[in-house]
Ligand binder design. Structure first.
Ligand SMILES: [Zn+2]
Length: 276
């Protein structure tokens, strides 16, 4: 089967998985998204003079290389969904900012774009109402905090700097997480401060030979190869971005903790992926 046909079969499989959604409870159909962490920083925005941004209780000059705009401050919001056992779960997530394009084709990725058509088949939905989130009999979790990119097995996955990134990324984790996975850490300048994000590359055929936690990942460095470990029969790259919570030591993220909500918050990848 040629790669395009294979991609469409796999896309159909994912759609089928999504379509097997459990019936929603009408009583909970309307989900109120509550903005959390009403930080001191947001209170300060009214008092900081032009050319500065609030950073806790201070006004910090805006660095030259950072444009002003809402994309500087990615704040977690609460949402709820039903898990597989039917329980309502409240969780934190960072929705796409309104000024970021909705079209996944507008962004650059750690894998080359397809020769034609689209390759983003399942996007970020943790900001949506429960009945619009992905679930299915073969899926262990409700919702999808990532974007799935259909690609040919063995396609190289290479380090891609995120928007407003400062310095090089670092390899945090190599091993089993979402199938064979690699995780990198990226420091971004955001809202006049530095904030760490992690990028998870899941379902790899294999990680790149020789990579290990602690290594620097420069733009274009090989991280691994697209595959279907942990998603047998559906060859794709699961690309997940998470914001590291404050006061978390990166050394504590070099294991499965890296995707736990106590340490990192799922973030719509469109907030930080570079635009084409
Ligand atoms: Zn995925």
């Amino acid at each position: 089967m040629d790669p395009l046909a294979r991609a469409s079969v796999a896309a159909a499989a994912l759609t089928a998985l999504s379509a097997a959604a459990a019936p929603s409870d009408p009583a909970h159909r309307t989900v109120t998204v509550v903005r959390t962490s009403p930080t001191l920083a947001s209170d300060m925005s009214a008092v900081c003079p032009a050319g500065t941004l609030p950073d806790f209780d201070q006004c910090i000059p805006i660095p030259d290389d950072v444009p002003t705009g809402s994309s500087l401050d990615l704040v977690g919001e609460r949402n709820v969904h039903r898990d597989r056992s039917g329980r309502w779960i409240t969780y934190e997530q960072i929705p796409k900012l309104p000024d970021r394009p909705a079209d996944y084709d507008s962004y650059r990725y750690p894998v080359p774009p397809p020769e034609s058509g689209h390759f983003a088949v399942s996007g970020y939905d943790l900001d949506r109402p429960d009945n619009e989130q992905r679930r299915g009999s073969r899926l262990s979790h409700t919702g999808h905090g990532a974007v799935d990119l259909m690609h040919t097995r063995g396609t190289e996955v290479r380090t891609l700097p995120l928007e407003h990134q400062q310095g090089d990324a670092e390899v945090l984790f190599v091993g089993k997480l979402f199938g064979i996975s690699v995780v990198t850490r990226h420091t971004l300048r955001e809202g006049g401060r530095l904030r760490d994000y992690i990028v998870l590359y899941g379902h790899l055929d294999a990680s790149a030979e020789g990579i290990a936690p602690g290594m620097i990942a420069r733009e274009g460095d090989l991280l691994g190869y697209v595959g279907d470990t942990g998603s047998e029969g559906i060859v794709h790259l699961h690309l997940e971005v998470r914001q590291v919570r404050d006061n978390i030591d990166p050394a504590d993220l070099r294991n499965q903790n890296v995707v736990r909500n106590q340490t990192t918050i799922p973030c719509d990848p469109r907030n930080v992926l570079p635009l084409k």
